[in-house]
Design a protein around this ligand. Structure first.
Ligand SMILES: *[C@@H]1O[C@H](CO)[C@@H](O)[C@H](O)[C@H]1NC(C)=O
Ligand SMILES: *[C@@H]1O[C@H](CO)[C@@H](O)[C@H](O)[C@H]1NC(C)=O
Ligand SMILES: *[C@@H]1O[C@H](CO)[C@@H](O)[C@H](O)[C@H]1NC(C)=O
Ligand SMILES: *[C@@H]1O[C@H](CO)[C@@H](O)[C@H](O)[C@H]1NC(C)=O
Ligand SMILES: *[C@@H]1O[C@H](CO)[C@@H](O)[C@H](O)[C@H]1NC(C)=O
Ligand SMILES: *[C@@H]1O[C@H](CO)[C@@H](O)[C@H](O)[C@H]1NC(C)=O
Ligand SMILES: *[C@@H]1O[C@H](CO)[C@@H](O)[C@H](O)[C@H]1NC(C)=O
Ligand SMILES: *[C@@H]1O[C@H](CO)[C@@H](O)[C@H](O)[C@H]1NC(C)=O
Ligand SMILES: *[C@@H]1O[C@H](CO)[C@@H](O)[C@H](O)[C@H]1NC(C)=O
Ligand SMILES: *[C@@H]1O[C@H](CO)[C@@H](O)[C@H](O)[C@H]1NC(C)=O
Ligand SMILES: *[C@@H]1O[C@H](CO)[C@@H](O)[C@H](O)[C@H]1NC(C)=O
Length: 849
């Protein structure tokens, strides 16, 4: 390489850029790694993709541990010896479209573990005779589109391990296999697809005879074969021979097939490719050469123009056990040879208009029949008769409409086990299955059905284990719709409907059911006993309905469930008891796309969701629906702590509220006392200034007002000396709170307190309160005395209780008012004396005295 570098330096300045890049590749790894686009590390240390990076060698960053290396779409140009020494562990090397023109000897020498080498789309000009030396494990060599014209010099004779050699899209003109092919004893697949092979001669394939190759696939499609010399394939055993689009016209194909005489092949594929049809018409005797070929399976693909002469189609195919006809414009079934051995017959995308049952009934050994994807196939009137081996009939994906399914169509076919009529147009199920009562599988999905739902049509299918009537516009009215299906294991009936959108004991006797699909059935409700018989049910799909709740009572019998799909319903939560009945066997639960309520009331459920991450499917679709502020949030990202926080917040606020309520209640109850205390605290100052406006503050019940006015106020204020009394109804300042008045105007401005004590007084809370204040006032101030005037007949016990100690305090005066003249005299004297005590005289009063 350094030599090469020098040369290019000298050669031209225009190559300067190339040189720089080459140098970068040759300089130590890190630098190159930094400056060039890095390769993609698909699997760490193992798989690297350097596709399309315009590198010109194995990038230095690729570690020696690499096993898979994709170097496709680069600019390698030529490979020299030991080119891949830095990656000796390689198992797969892809060098597709690398502008390779030269592969020198020992280029791959170090790749002893390489099993796949891909050299597609390199126009090789020089391939050293030892180019592939060292590839002792190579299994697959792809030399597609590599400009190879001859097998002779291909240096692969020593690749004993080779299993697949792909030489497609080259210029190889001769199928003469060189002697070295006898060395390739492991070869299983040899492809000459799209080469230039025109003649195949006797002896060309002799190399295949010498080794016992029972299962080689030889692909000769897309060549332009003009002639096959008879005997070329004699005594050759092949697994598969591909001859699609290999012949230029009908007569060439006809004669060439004659040349296959003596071939033994498991599978022969003939015909065309849909995009490269050479044959215009199928003509009489086209396949007559195949009479001399022993084969198991014959496949004919993409042949048009079967107008006439289709009857010879099967002439040489009577001993074949399997025939597939794909994409043929076959409108009528061909004549069936006597003593046909055909066991499997498939017609896919043919052009039948009617199921050719009468002719098909001549394939006496027929076991499997498939007629599918026939767009024009609409009628089924002929009968399959006396096909005792017939087990499988697949008529799916046609346009069949018929009205007498199924017994009358299969007289004498007692072994029919599988009947697929899915994806057709309209079928009436009569309920008569007498001829086919051994059916195990019946698939009717996506075909409009008449019969099921209205009455019990499946009564005689006692052995059936699989029934699919999904999307058949079945409306289940009869509770006995599935009666008789006592062996049924799988029931699929998605996309139908039930009476009242409700499941009501529809699955009574299906005690062996393992799988039940009732998705997309518009279900709103499931009745209590619906699932009672389904104790063996493993899979239940009830998704895409409108269920509002998951009632534990309903689902309790399903104790064998392993998979439950409840997605896309309208559940808001699974309640605790519902979570409780989910069986331990459950491994798959889908509750996505429901209308979940993500509030702390469902805390248990939300917790459970977090714990069961393994069980729950489609977790990314489990989304909160309400409340609005968490809408569209994933259920598993719901913050559980926010609930605990909320719980404590709630507790806290409840306590705070209670405290506030108690506080307010206390304030309400002791408003006056509190207020009074407040005033007391600030009130002491005022006493000196205001103390003596009144001689006494009279507290009394409003009911005693008359007595107070007449017997107390008039004599005291009008007498000599006149005393000034404070009366609430007269002297209190308007617009000032009553308590303020009591305290400011009453107690603070008066020297004494006169309490007029009557039965009413004792009963009045207000009076008691005033009296209490007076007592406290007296205690605090130590000044005013309380003059207690007890009126008439007062309950003495109550009185003692109420007045308490106050009555006996020295400073207080206890007076009783009676109607006796003498007592009143004493009363007045005592009262006047008390009131005079400490009285300050003002000017006028002093004059009067
Ligand atoms: C690829 O690299 C070669 C030199 O190795 C250079 O001449 C060419 O322009 C490059 N092509 C692209 C597309 O970068
Ligand atoms: C890849 O190889 C490097 C160096 O040999 C080593 O340090 C690293 O652990 C390997 N990584 C893995 C995933 O094997
Ligand atoms: C075939 O294999 C033998 C034994 O391995 C070897 O000696 C011989 O050279 C091989 N033939 C060719 C054409 O490579
Ligand atoms: C023959 O090879 C094909 C694939 O090429 C494989 O499907 C088939 O099973 C093989 N048959 C035998 C008998 O090995
Ligand atoms: C078929 O092709 C061969 C060779 O290409 C040619 O000789 C012959 O005339 C063709 N026959 C018809 C009927 O086209
Ligand atoms: C089928 O095989 C039998 C003998 O096994 C043979 O007589 C008959 O000719 C064969 N038929 C065809 C069409 O190859
Ligand atoms: C078959 O179907 C195609 C379209 O699918 C229609 O054009 C054609 O007329 C049909 N042929 C017959 C014979 O019904
Ligand atoms: C019936 O045929 C349809 C369409 O080909 C296919 O999808 C389905 O799996 C078949 N049913 C059974 C039970 O094999
Ligand atoms: C229910 O099934 C049992 C056997 O599994 C059968 O004997 C019985 O007749 C069935 N009942 C109905 C109504 O199909
Ligand atoms: C349930 O049925 C729906 C369609 O109706 C399907 O998409 C889904 O995959 C099914 N669930 C399971 C678990 O098979
Ligand atoms: C929720 O998602 C839907 C669809 O992705 C969107 O239409 C809707 O506006 C979203 N609602 C909120 C509240 O984000």
């Amino acid at each position: 390489m350094p030599g090469l570098l020098k040369m290019s330096q000298i050669r031209a300045l225009s190559l300067w850029m190339l040189m720089v890049v080459l140098q970068l590749v040759l300089v130590p790894s890190q630098l190159a790694g930094c400056l060039l686009n890095p390769c993609l590390e698909v699997i760490p240390n193992k798989t690297f993709s350097c596709m399309g990076l315009n590198v010109s060698g194995v990038p230095a960053e690729i570690p020696h541990t690499t096993q898979n290396l994709d170097l496709s779409f680069n600019n390698l140009q030529s490979l020299g010896s030991n080119y891949f020494s830095s990656v000796p562990e390689l198992q797969l090397l892809d060098l597709t479209r690398c502008h390779l023109h030269t592969i020198e000897d020992n280029s791959f020498k170090d790749l002893q573990k390489l099993s796949t080498l891909i050299l597609t789309a390199n126009s090789l000009q020089y391939l050293g005779t030892a180019a592939f030396n060292g590839l002792t494990s190579l299994k697959k060599l792809v030399l597609v589109e590599t400009n190879i014209a001859s097998l002779t010099d291909l240096p692969i004779g020593h690749l004993h391990t080779l299993q697949e050699l792909n030489l497609g899209h080259n210029n190889i003109a001769s199928l003469k296999l060189p002697k070295y092919f006898t060395n390739l004893t492991s070869l299983r697949h040899l492809s000459f697809l799209s080469n230039k092979i025109t003649y195949i001669s006797k002896g060309d394939l002799d190399a295949l005879k010498e080794v016992n190759r029972l299962n080689l696939t030889l692909e000769l499609s897309l060549n332009n074969i003009k002639h096959i010399q008879p005997g070329s394939f004699a005594k050759i055993h092949l697994g598969e021979l591909g001859l699609r689009a290999s012949f230029g016209n009908f007569s060439v194909m006809h004669t060439s097939l004659q040349g296959l005489t003596g071939l033994q092949v498991n599978r022969l594929i003939a015909g065309e490719f849909s995009d490269s049809e050479k044959l215009v018409d199928f003509q009489r005797g086209l396949l007559s050469g195949l009479c001399q070929v022993q084969m198991q399976e014959f496949i004919l693909v993409c042949v048009r123009g079967f107008e006439d002469d289709t009857d010879t189609l099967f002439n040489c195919l009577g001993n074949v056990s399997s025939i597939r006809l794909v994409n043929l414009q076959l409108e009528k079934m061909s004549e069936v040879p006597m003593f046909s051995q055909v066991k499997q017959l498939e017609c896919k995308k043919c052009k039948f208009q009617e199921v050719p049952a009468t002719k098909l009934s001549l394939f006496k050994e027929l076991r499997v029949l498939r007629i599918t994807k026939n767009k024009n196939l609409s009628s089924f009137r002929q009968k399959f008769e006396s096909l005792r081996n017939l087990e499988v009939v697949d008529l799916s994906e046609n346009h069949l409409s018929f009205y007498s399914c199924c017994s009358p169509l299969f007289p004498g076919c007692p072994n029919l086990k599988y009947l697929n009529l899915s994806y057709n147009s309209i079928i009436r199920i009569t309920g008569d299955f007498t001829n086919v009562k051994n059916l195990l599988y019946l698939d009717l999905q996506h075909t409009n059905l008449f019969g099921p739902g209205s009455y019990p049509v499946f009564l005689s299918l006692q052995k059936l284990i699989y029934l699919d009537i999904s999307h058949t516009r079945t409306h289940v009215k009869s509770q006995c719709t599935f009666c008789g299906l006592n062996s049924l294991r799988v029931l699929k009936m998605a996309g139908n409907s039930f009476e009242n959108n409700q499941l009501a004991n529809n699955f009574k006797n299906l005690s062996h059911l393992h799988t039940l699909d009732i998705s997309s059935c518009k279900l709103v409700q499931v009745d209590k006993n619906t699932f009672d018989a389904l104790s063996e049910l493993k899979e239940l799909n009830i998704s895409n309905n409108k269920l509002l709740s998951f009632d534990p009572v309903v689902y309790k019998p399903l104790q064998a469930l392993t998979a439950l799909d409840l997605s896309n319903n309208q559940l808001s939560v699974l309640v605790d008891s519902a979570l409780g009945i989910l069986p331990d066997s459950l491994v798959l639960l889908d509750i996505s796309q429901n209308l979940f309520e993500c509030s702390c009331t469902n805390l248990n459920f939300l917790k459970w969701v977090k714990e069961k991450q393994d069980l729950l499917q489609n977790r990314e679709l489990m989304i909160c629906h309400t409340p609005v502020y968490v809408k569209n949030m994933s259920l598993s990202s719901f913050d559980l702590h926010s609930c605990q926080l909320k719980a404590s917040t709630v507790a806290f606020s409840v306590i705070a509220l209670l405290a506030a309520a108690v506080f307010l209640f206390l304030i309400y109850k002791y408003y006056f006392q509190l207020y009074y205390s407040l005033v007391l605290l600030s009130g002491c100052k005022h006493t000196a200034e205001r103390g003596d406006t009144y001689d006494a503050f009279v507290i009394h019940s409003s009911k005693d007002q008359e007595w107070v006015m007449k017997e107390l106020v008039e004599p005291l204020e009008g007498g000599t000396p006149p005393f000034q009394l404070c009366l609430y109804y007269r002297d209190f300042l308007p617009g000032v709170p009553i308590v303020t008045n009591i305290i400011q105007e009453g107690f603070l401005s008066s020297r004494n307190v006169i309490a007029v004590i009557s039965t009413d007084f004792l009963e009045s809370k207000w009076c008691s309160f005033e009296f209490d204040i007076a007592q406290s006032w007296q205690l605090v101030e130590g000044k005013a005395g309380i003059i207690m005037i007890v009126l008439g007949e007062v309950n003495k016990t109550l009185l003692r209780q109420r007045l308490g100690l106050s009555r006996y305090l020295r400073r207080n005066t206890y007076l009783e008012w009676t109607n006796k003249e003498i007592s009143r005299h004493i009363f007045w004297r005592q009262l006047t004396a008390v009131l005079l005590e400490g009285k300050k005289w003002n000017h006028e009063e002093a004059k009067l005295m």
